[in-house]
Each structure stands twice: as structure tokens, then as C-alpha cells.
Design a protein around this ligand. Sequence first.
Ligand code: URP
Ligand code: ZN
Ligand code: ZN
Length: 461
Amino acid sequence: MSTLLKNGRIITAEQDYVADIFIEKEKITTIGSNLKYEADTVIDAKDKYVIPGGIDVHTHLDMPFGGTMSSDDFETGTKAAAFGGTTSFIDFAIQPKGGSLREGLDTWKAKAEGKATIDYSFHMIITDLPDKRLSEMDDMVKEGVTSFKLFLAYPGVLMVDDATIYKAMLQTKKNGGLVCMHAENGMTIDIIVQQMVAEGKLAPKYHAFSRPAAAEGESTNRAIALAEMAGTPVYIVHLTCNDALTKVSEARDRGLPAYAETCTQYLYLSIEDISKPGFEGAKYVFSPPVREKWHQDKLWAGLQQNNLQVVSTDHCPFNFKGQKELGKDNFTKIPNGGPGIENRVQLLYDGGVNEGRISVNRWVELISTNPAKLFGMYPRKGAISVGSDADIVIWDPNKEYTISAKTHHMNVDYSMFEGKKVKGNAETVLSRGEVIVQNNEFKGKKGRGNFVKRDAFAAAW
Ligand code: URP
Ligand code: ZN
Ligand code: ZN
């Protein structure tokens, strides 16, 4: 099957020019002016942007959490991603406590296979690491699962101690993997939570008040210090606040390979949202929590100055009815997580490019190219170049769109950005050369997504 994309404005992390793209056997084979090739499908992209498909490196589909399951599975979540211009993603497989990394990977591969509509990979969440399991990390890297997430939060559930993190980092020094850190000081947060519950402070907003920015700053600092001791890179996931950002920027100023992502919700939502009357605030319960509004400007500056390299979603949806409601009388029982996989590319375009904060090139870099580079998929993904997978989004910069649960494709009964008007949206989405979204219609197939075997970090960056 061949496709010719005509007259589009090709925007990559480095370039911006008008040309045609010829696609054959899932790959970009030629880029040039006025190509005269015969093709099975011809798409005119005049006046549209042609960008590499979005890559969301932080999602939780079909995940057991907080006594329930995230409401999008690998079919519904990936369809929604495609509508929003995301053509690959990295989800989190979880090592069962006391079990092997392999068991975790097999379980998550089984969830994705036959369902995912776009390409996917996995990070491995390490829940415990006795010495006998260290070599399992090497096996993961060989199989293309080249990044690991460890938690400094959620004691008794996912949290590990500093020694475990340090050991994992030392192992990645040998195998080329990358440690990703959830940086919040879980032990002290638990004490604050207990105090709040004892004082009868049970509304959703106390979720945010029990998890102070200082607890994220401390843990970010600790994660970076452990990586510095081990002599490895580190990637901080879902960074929310100035306290943590200053730790990353200080480390980078010292030349350390410290990297971080923020998520769209932290750029747009704040304490005001979680403090909405009644139980409404439960829609904004995720960890780390929303912060005071002023942190948002700091995060945008972090994206401008490259102290933050990636924008992901931490997509972890729970329905308001029946799931978030588990914590109706006590915020500690509200499942942590929010939906966002469909809105990431448009929110970053609208708040970033339309608002004059970042260039179109930086937008592409943050939503596609840097994720691909940091997580070992570049230039197969995250690029418009000869030989790359033809994961391509034809973007209409003038399309006006109102975000709403009434029209979104995520399997969740609310939107965190309900009613927000954005300008700029995906018009046509190709995954390995196949049109999977066109004119607001899904044309892909369940199960067509492939597992992406990623390169080791060391080899990629
Ligand atoms: O609240 C969140 N973020 N839920 C998903 C789990 C995590 O920590 O990423
Ligand atoms: Zn996390
Ligand atoms: Zn997460």
C-alpha cells in the first residue's frame, strides 16, 4: 500500500518547510517537492501542518489501582489517543509484589495484544528487587523494555526504599536502561493524611493539601542525588511544581543527565479545581496533586528553557460515577488519576503555540521527538525522515474545538478540561502509513498496534 501526502507544511523539531511525502510499506520512503509518484491514496495537506505522530510516554490503561480498574482499556484508550493525534505510547507494566518482572510484562502484553489500535511499549514498574531479580532488569532491556519506574510514594502499595532505587540505578548503568522516578515523599505524606482524617478533613481538596510541593521537591532532589551517586541518568515523571523544577534545573546546570516531564493537567489545572464545591473536586484527584496556579508559569518556563523535555498525560481515567465516588466520604478512598490521552497535543498547541510561549518546532519536540529520543524510539518514531515509520498527523492549525465528555472518545464520564475551547486539532492521522482517523471518524482496527521494542537509553541519547 502506498500513500502520497501532497503540499503539507512539514514541521519537525528542527525544520519547517513545504513538501510532499511518499509512503510505502509503512515507512516514509521519499520527501521532496512536487513528487509525481503513483499512489494508492493521495491526500492533499495544503495549508495544514504535517507532523510526526504524538508519543505519550506516560499512560495507565486497564490498570488496577485504588481498589478499581482504570476505565480505558487498550482499545478505547488507544482510539481516543489516535483522535487526539497520538500514534504511540508507553504504558506501565507492574511487577507483582514478590513476583518476577517477566510476569508483569506478560500480563501487560496480554492486555494490549489484540486490542491496541496504535503502537505501544512498556516501562516496568519495580515493586521489589531482591538481588536474585537484578538480572531480570537486563532481560527486560534486551526485550525492548528499557525504562523502569520506581516510586517514592504510596507506602505499602508501590513505594520502595532508597536502597532499592540505588540498586536499580546501578543495574541500569550496566544494561543501559533508564530509571524513571515518581518523586513524592510518601512516608511524610501518610502522616499528614492521618492528621487530616483525624481532624475530619475528608473533602477531595485535602488530597492536595496532604501532598505539599515541598514533599515533591525533597524527593526529586533525593532521586537526582541517588542517580548522581550511581552515575546514571534519571527521568522524573509527572513533575508539578517549582520546588521540583528547581532541583532538576540545578542538576542540569551542573551537567547532570537529569530529565523530567510535566503533564497537561499541571499546565492548566490548579487548587481551584480540586476545591470545587461538593464532591466535584474528585475529578481532579491525582498524584502528585494540582498546585497553586503560580506554579503553571514556572512549568511553562521549564518547557521553554528545556529543564522539562517532555509533556505526557499520566492518563489514568476513573469514572466519576461509581469509581471516583468510592471516596465520597473520604478523599483517601478516591482512586488517583485523571483522563487526558486525547487532549495532550491540542492543549500543548493551544497553550504553547497559540499563546506565543513556544515555537511550532518546540511543540513537536515536546510531544513527539523528545519522547522518542529519551525512550529509545528515534528516528523510527518522532521524526519525519526517510526510513521513519509513517506515523504522521495532518494538523489543522485553525480548527476550533471545544473539549467535552459529550464528544470525547475516552471511556470516562467526565473531562478534566470540560468546556475549554482550543484552536488547532488533528485532522487526519496515519499510523505506519495507514489512515486511522479521518474527518472525525475512526478507520483503524482493534489489535493493529504493534509492540515497539525500544533501544537502550545509552544508545539513544
Ligand atoms: O494519580 C496518578 N498519577 N495515578 C497513576 C499512578 C501514578 O503515580 O502515575
Ligand atoms: Zn506516578
Ligand atoms: Zn502515572
